[in-house]
Design a protein around this ligand. Structure first.
Ligand code: G6Q
Length: 538
């Protein structure tokens, strides 16, 4: 058994050496770093699986990497990686193993927890998903009235929505365009209304995705969808052909009225935000087909292997994590921009926002003490060229330090005219301008670009299912790397639980026919009363 013995990282000589080095590096400009080492663009780069990372346009030297690696070693990163792979309960507050890496393990692999090999169960579900996806795609699975399914609506929220919604967009070039997927997450009735109002119920399949099957938003949307379907088809037995579930909770799925033979399971060792490569990706599999889904899993797995085996200095997710810690803790950076130069990755930053912020937005250590270092940054971004005409201004000329990851591809998904060369010219030009800046013409200080803005460049051949899997696994392991260094649990989400609990308490106060006795603070009481009055309630 590998033991988790978190160290208070700020008290270690390794961290203190890094802090001292941070002081020395604070005023060093990227121009000087490139001038003193013109070859740094050839050395500060690494390949992991099929991804290439150039990290030379960062405010660091080889010595910085040495010091960061020493911190990772001191924090016990290697031991934690092995503890994860050995099925130990590294999610200590929920007393669970963390095994999303098993979701993409090949059939021949063996990953055990509590003496049980979880890989056969993973492949059993994948096989059932593949068979189901094949039947929907071929038209063999029909709706209640015998029609082919032409729209799949995934109902889920958070980890049961963002992953499949992001990946569906990302892999549009690989999708069957005769089946559209829609994603409903918000409890705002407008979401389900917009998703269903123009659909033919006879040709619509709902996938209700909820790990717990107790989430208020999802269950309400699913109930509304069921009413819409039954009233559209005039027969409650239609539910069997139009609803399937993805969940760990068979009892609640049956209670809702979905036949559990149409339920696809997963396990409590998969966190919601780490789950879209499980059955939570069923809508994606219907869209792109089982073969492309498996290619994606192979991409995830190749980065898993790289992360587990490559020395930290040559380990792409580890390096991304360490560079993030460098700015977060020693340069006061509060945010991390994710800037994909690919139209299909429009939702990738929002996906990473949950992955990173829900995992590392923590202020208590694994030993239950308050943290004394800055933890997870604010993660944000949109596709790069659109950003250039919007918020890049602040990155170039504002007063904040905003480390940014630029993600681009050599081969376009659609080679239209000279669009791709133009896109990639912008991609390369921006990181160059951010690093080196430009001096202002005499008397025009507003045209001065100070430069020294750090960026990572991630370059891959083409956005394919495999490469998408590699990108997601890279960021999953980046997040783990940082969580281990900060000594926090990246796998719980008590902040989300709070929201679920509080809303339940206020619902009856909004809907009670008589004036309720409100015992909140004066602000909340007044707002609730005003809302009730507006809705015509006493
Ligand atoms: C993810 C979180 C959270 C979760 C949603 C939906 O890591 O736990 O975003 O995915 O709250 O939960 P259910 O899948 O249980 O409905």
């Amino acid at each position: 058994m590998v033991q988790i013995s978190p160290v208070r990282i700020s008290e270690t000589p390794e961290w203190q050496a890094l802090a001292a080095h941070g002081g020395e590096m604070r005023n060093v400009h990227l121009r000087d770093l490139f001038a003193s080492d013109p070859e740094r663009g050839l050395t500060l780069r690494v390949d992991g699986a099929d991804l290439h990372l150039d990290y030379s346009k960062n405010r660091l030297t080889a010595r910085t990497i040495d010091l960061l690696v020493a911190v990772a070693e001191r924090a016990g990163l290697a031991q934690r990686i092995e503890a994860m792979w050995s099925g130990e309960h590294i999610n200590v507050t929920e007393d669970r193993p963390v095994l999303h890496i098993a979701l993409r393990a090949p059939r021949r692999a063996s990953i055990t927890t509590g003496g049980v090999d979880v890989v056969p169960g993973v492949h059993e579900v994948l096989d059932r998903m593949s068979e189901f996806a094949r039947r929907v795609r071929s038209g063999e699975w029909t709706g209640h009235t015998g029609k082919r399914i032409t729209t799949v609506v995934n109902i889920g929220i958070g980890g049961s929505d963002l992953g499949p919604a992001m990946a569906y967009e990302a892999l549009r070039p690989f999708s069957d365009r005769s089946i559209e997927c829609r994603f409903v997450s918000n409890v705002d009735g407008s979401d389900i209304w917009e998703a269903t109002h123009d659909l033919d119920p006879g040709a619509t399949l709902f996938i209700v995705s909820s790990k717990t099957f107790t989430t208020l938003e999802t269950l309400n949307n699913a109930k509304t969808a069921r009413d819409w379907l039954v009233s559209g088809l005039g027969d409650s037995s239609a539910v069997a052909r139009h609803f399937v579930a993805v969940s760990t909770n068979a009892e609640k799925v049956a209670e809702f009225g979905i036949d559990t033979s149409n339920m696809f399971g997963f396990w409590d060792w998969v966190g919601g935000r780490y789950s879209y490569d499980s059955a939570i990706g069923l809508s994606l599999m219907v869209s792109v087909g089982p073969e492309a889904f498996v290619d994606m899993l192979e991409g995830f797995h190749s980065v898993d292997e790289h992360f587990r085996s490559a020395p930290f200095r040559e380990n792409l997710p580890v390096l991304l994590g360490l560079i993030g810690v460098w700015y977060n803790d020693f340069f006061g950076a509060e945010t991390q921009a994710i800037l994909p130069y690919n139209h299909y990755l429009a939702r990738f930053p929002a996906y990473l926002q949950q992955l990173d912020m829900e995992s590392n937005g923590k202020s208590v250590t694994l030993s239950g003490e308050p943290v004394d270092v800055a933890t997870g940054p604010v993660v944000w971004g949109t596709p790069g060229t659109n950003g250039q005409h919007a918020y890049y201004q602040l990155i170039h000329q504002g007063t904040r330090l905003i480390p940014a990851d630029f993600i681009g591809f050599v081969t376009p998904n659609h080679d239209v005219g000279d669009h791709h060369d133009l896109l990639m010219a912008n991609f390369f030009a921006q990181t160059e301008a951010l690093a080196f800046g430009r001096s202002a013409p005499q008397g025009q200080p507003y045209r001065s670009f100070a430069g020294n803005h750090p960026t990572n460049t991630i370059l891959a051949d083409q956005l394919t299912p495999r490469i998408l899997g590699e990108l997601v696994a890279t960021y999953e392991h980046k997040v783990l790397t940082q969580g281990v260094i900060w000594g926090i649990n990246s796998f719980d989400q008590w902040g989300v639980e709070l929201g679920k609990e509080l809303a339940q308490r206020i619902v009856p106060e909004l809907t009670a026919p008589e004036t309720p006795a409100l015992a909140h603070d004066s602000s909340t009481n007044t707002l609730i009363a005003r809302y009730r009055a507006g809705r015509g309630r006493p």
